[in-house]
Design a protein around this ligand. Structure first.
Ligand SMILES: NC(=O)c1ccc[n+]([C@@H]2O[C@H](COP(=O)([O-])OP(=O)(O)OC[C@H]3O[C@@H](n4cnc5c(N)ncnc54)[C@H](OP(=O)(O)O)[C@@H]3O)[C@@H](O)[C@H]2O)c1
Length: 176
């Protein structure tokens, strides 16, 4: 410690300009399908466990149909936000559009589906966390993940899922 700082109060941490986490997370089939008939057409417990680990303590944002697929039960340990143009849902907070959600939640926030939510939230996010499942699912009538523009998004390495070697994983980060 130099004489000049001796006895001085501890320095304040430098101001941070870091944005809160705005991210989306999904599991997709080789065809880009995320859901069919109101359900996720596969079951990989290790990926659900990872989803829980990443999102617990944050807010999760979902469309009305995804909310309904959870039978009205909010995901525990997370602020549950539901997008709908209809009446408020019981058991979660309801919002009309993505900008209202962003204004209401200053902390970390994960968009968890489905298709329209991903498409409308994508311009506001810095991270897309995708799990690639091997199950082939017909695209016709299914919910799909929107296209990812490689000019905007940098796809990191394709990784083997830490907890299930049948699955792949890639984190896409915003270039600009
Ligand atoms: N594989 C995965 O990772 C994953 C993740 C999540 C869900 N899923 C699956 O995906 C399927 C559901 O997805 P989906 O695309 O069909 O439906 P969804 O996005 O969950 O719900 C669509 C509804 O949400 C509301 N909504 C969505 N975006 C909105 C916005 N920006 N502003 C206002 N309201 C908005 C509208 O509700 P109103 O009609 O009430 O206005 C819309 O009809 C299910 O099969 C589910 O299991 C899969």
């Amino acid at each position: 410690m130099t004489p000049a700082t001796e006895g001085a109060p501890p320095a304040m941490p430098p101001p941070t300009t870091e944005r809160p986490l705005r991210a989306m997370i999904a599991a997709v089939s080789p065809e880009g399908v995320i859901g069919r008939d109101g359900k996720i057409p596969w079951h990989y417990p290790a990926d659900l466990k990872r989803f829980k680990k990443l999102t617990t303590g944050a807010a999760v944002v979902m469309g009305r149909l995804t909310w309904e697929s959870m039978n009205g039960r909010p995901l525990p340990g997370r602020r549950n936000l539901v997008l709908t143009s209809g009446p408020p849902v019981v058991g979660a907070e309801t919002f009309r559009d993505v900008p209202s959600v962003l204004a209401a939640e200053p902390g970390p926030l994960w968009f968890i589906g489905g298709s329209r939510v991903y498409a409308e939230a994508m311009p506001f996010c810095d991270l897309i966390d995708l799990t690639y499942v091997p199950d082939s699912v017909p695209v016709d009538g299914a919910a799909t993940f929107p296209p990812i523009d490689p000019a905007v998004w940098d796809g990191g390495a394709l990784l083997v899922h830490e907890d299930d070697p049948r699955l792949g994983r890639r984190e896409w980060r915003r270039r600009r």
